[in-house]
Ligand binder design. Structure first.
Ligand code: C2E
Ligand code: CA
Ligand code: CA
Length: 507
């Protein structure tokens, strides 16, 4: 036995009986536990008869890479860098994938190489339902199905969790990566039979090709991850091929996330603007909605339409909410001095509803200030209710008991059902601005709007129309019984200084 400087170990043995095993091992990328035992036993025997019996054979449990037959000698080369395999699936890991791609790149720089990165949809639910042990067996079975691939030279690895990567090289054209992806999808057609019943699974697949990457194996993998993220976000196309534009978007998102985190920590560059609401019976300014603005040091003002969804995806939204509450607590006493006596409303996101201590957190935030819960209305979109409706009702009741007013935001856009409306302890329904657009021109639109108002009134809710930007819309809304309005007709959202000017001009 000898070793070279790169850590490759050579075993020379006369075990002709091992040959067929070893040849079959060479054709696939997995060694099963019983095969390992067989190999270890025989190689141990061979080693004890060897003069230089100084190295263990443990690496062989993991990987036999190359086999060369010389006369009746079998030489097995075990690369120690490939030692690690995943015990659940018996597949090699990320490092082996990158190593293999590197070898391909060196051997055939012009070959078309690609990766299909498959992640199972909803696998954590499966684990929760059938248990982790059965989940592991399913992963093992997936590995067995995927290692049957044979259209091109390939490397199959488990990355982590429910992610598998199948890298292929020597494809005839770039389009063939789609065939590989389709083949992977086909391996999930048959259910996985477990003791707890048949389990059906589907993968989302991200693909990348070496033409789009910078020549580093890791870049091929990263691009497949970017494509996978896009595939997961698209319910209609669960397989996506990487394109460079996706990378640009992702880079911006990653950068914005860390900058937003910083801005929230430092409480810099974030501002609260306010948009007035008007009651239609007396035309008075009756409330304000607090809307956040991010004055980015390089990109200027970034719309909440861009960074709020990002904050929701990354969990930063709860810190955003806290920031808004604190800032409103500072600004409201200033507005009171100007004669404003309505409530300020604050947008609460679906993620806030998952906070175990939302009510207490809100109370703590205003505890040190000069305002009370009666000064605040919380706006909640319908989307916040879909996950656990009963939990949401309890939470809304607690918020109400604590003294906050509550409103449903963007009503009519999502999950509206009359039966759920009746159960909500809210004060106001804000009808989404999409319904106001056609109001002045279309009798049909007017009938729909009036129907919505009538239902809300029958259930004792106040009704506010969002997005009112023309006087004729306000006239119609008043005539069909709407209580109040908000929109550019009154004012766009204003920073505190401009808002104070606006309020004094209303006097
Ligand atoms: P939203 O809660 O529905 O807020 C109303 C949005 O419509 C605001 O956009 C407002 O400027 C805009 N708007 C008001 N009147 C009109 C009008 O007459 N015409 C048109 N075209 N637009 C009008 P903004 O400030 O860009 O906010 C967009 C969304 O971002 C908000 O929708 C809300 O979902 C979210 N958002 C803003 N600030 C916060 C915040 O502090 N916390 C949370 N969780 N979300 C926020
Ligand atoms: Ca709102
Ligand atoms: Ca709204």
């Amino acid at each position: 036995m000898q070793s070279d400087s790169t850590g490759i170990w050579y075993f020379e043995c006369q075990a002709a009986e091992l040959e067929s095993y070893l040849l079959s091992l060479q054709r696939r990328s997995v060694i099963y536990p019983d095969e390992c035992e067989f190999l270890i036993q025989h190689l141990n025997e061979l080693q004890t008869t060897s003069d230089q019996n100084t190295h263990g054979v443990a690496p062989l449990c993991h990987r036999c890479v190359t086999l060369i037959q010389k006369d009746d000698l079998v030489e097995i080369i075990v690369n120690r860098e490939h030692e690690k395999i995943d015990h659940v699936t018996q597949l090699p890991l990320r490092v082996s994938l990158l190593r293999q791609i590197e070898i391909w790149y060196q051997k055939r720089p012009n070959a078309i190489t690609g990766i299909c990165l498959a992640e199972l949809d909803g696998f954590s639910n499966i684990n929760d339902t059938v248990g982790h042990a059965t989940g592991d067996l399913i992963l093992f079975e997936i590995a067995r199905r995927l290692e049957k691939y044979k259209n091109h030279e390939f490397k199959l690895v488990r990355l982590h969790g429910d992610e598998f990567a199948l890298a292929v090289t020597n494809m005839g054209s770039h389009e063939e990566i789609w065939d590989v992806s389709k083949w992977i999808g086909d391996q999930f057609d048959a259910p996985f039979n477990t003791q707890k019943g048949a389990v059906f699974l589907t993968p989302s697949i991200g693909m990348s090709l070496n033409i789009n990457t910078n020549g580093e194996p890791v870049s091929l993998l990263e691009c497949a991850y970017i494509a996978l993220n896009h595939a997961k976000g698209d319910p209609l196309a669960r397989e996506k091929l990487f394109n460079p534009q996706q990378e640009k978007n992702l880079t911006r998102q990653v950068l914005l996330e860390s900058q937003l985190n910083q801005a929230l920590d430092d409480e810099t560059d974030l501002e609260i603007w306010y948009q007035p609401k008007q009651t239609l019976d007396n035309m008075q300014i009756s409330g304000m909605e607090a809307l956040i603005r991010w004055r980015h040091p390089v990109d200027g003002l970034i719309s909440p339409g861009e960074f709020i969804p990002l904050a929701e995806r990354t969990g930063l939204i709860c810190e955003v909410t806290d920031f808004v509450v604190k800032q409103v607590a500072k600004d409201l006493p200033v507005l009171r001095k100007q004669g404003f006596n309505g409530k300020v409303s604050i947008n609460i996101s679906a993620n806030d509803f998952l906070r175990p201590n939302l009510v207490q957190a809100m109370l703590d935030l205003i505890a040190e200030s000069d305002i009370t819960t009666a000064d605040i209305e919380l706006e909640i979109t319908e989307g916040a209710f879909i996950s656990d409706f009963n939990h949401c009702i309890l939470l809304l009741n607690s918020l109400k008991e604590a003294g906050f007013a509550l409103s449903i935001d963007d009503f009519g856009t999502g999950y509206s059902s009359l039966s759920y409306l009746t159960k909500l302890p809210v004060d106001t329904v804000k009808i989404d601005m999409s319904f106001v657009r056609e109001l002045a021109a279309s009798t049909q639109a007017r009938k729909i709007y009036k129907g919505m108002i009538d239902i809300c009134k029958a259930l004792d809710f106040n009704v506010l129309a969002e997005g009112v930007d023309h006087d004729d819309q306000r006239t119609v809304l008043k005539s069909i019984g709407c209580d109040s309005i908000q929109g550019y007709l009154l004012s766009k959202p204003l920073g505190l200084e401009k808002l104070l000017d606006y309020l004094s001009s209303q006097d």
